[in-house]
Design a protein around this ligand. Structure first.
Ligand SMILES: CC(C)(COP(=O)(O)OP(=O)(O)OC[C@H]1O[C@@H](n2cnc3c(N)ncnc32)[C@H](O)[C@@H]1OP(=O)(O)O)[C@@H](O)C(=O)NCCC(=O)NCCS
Length: 160
């Protein structure tokens, strides 16, 4: 049964919820695709451009997203860029449409800032990698490779 999209929200992480968020995990076979949330939050401490939220299903935390949003830098670059840095849904909650709705919320957040032409991300290729998930949401190949990762992007404006 499809998930009720209204139950999915992105929420700030607090002192009360951080342990629940660092307790979320992907399956063993997916661990090469995304860093543990505790690592991501540690990096965020030292990255002014990090924007991060917990993904909730109703009142239950089920995932984590972190953007690299250059508009958060001080001073702000003339043409800031934005990319998805980390994105995960806990293994127990995958395959229910939660990732799709959550990423649409992320895209809306980024688009609503009115500062960016496109949202980029990259993934580690291999069996079970999230490429089909992203292509299904409208991301497109750019032809770029970042280290061992394949770069995708989605336009945020017409004529982008
Ligand atoms: C990728 C991920 C976030 C998707 O979250 P999810 O909640 O399981 O995805 P959804 O249930 O919303 O799936 C939406 C669609 O994508 C498809 N899909 C999801 N993950 C897929 C995968 N790894 N391979 C192929 N298709 C996939 C689903 O079948 C579904 O297709 P449909 O719309 O035709 O039914 C989740 O599997 C995950 O956390 N993976 C491990 C970490 C990871 O790879 N993160 C990305 C780092 S770049």
């Amino acid at each position: 049964m499809p998930i009720d999209a209204n139950l999915i929200s992105l929420r700030p992480i607090t002192a009360e919820t951080v342990r629940a968020i660092t307790g979320l995990s992907v399956s063993e076979s997916q661990k090469g695709f995304v860093a543990p949330n505790a690592i991501s939050l540690s990096q965020a401490l030292f990255s002014p451009e990090a924007w991060y939220r917990a993904i909730y299903l109703g009142e239950e935390p089920v995932g984590f997203v972190m953007l690299e949003d250059e508009s958060l830098r001080s001073p702000q670059p003339d043409t800031p860029k934005v990319g998805v840095w980390r994105f995960m849904i806990d293994a127990k909650f995958q395959g229910r449409g939660i990732g799709k709705v959550a990423l649409l919320h992320v895209i809306e957040h980024v688009r609503s800032k009115g500062l960016f032409k496109r949202l980029k991300l990259s993934y580690v290729p291999g069996p079970g990698c999230p490429e089909p998930f992203y292509l299904g949401l409208g991301f497109q190949h750019t032809g770029e490779v970042d280290g061992n990762e394949i770069v995708l992007e989605i336009p945020l404006r017409q004529n982008a």
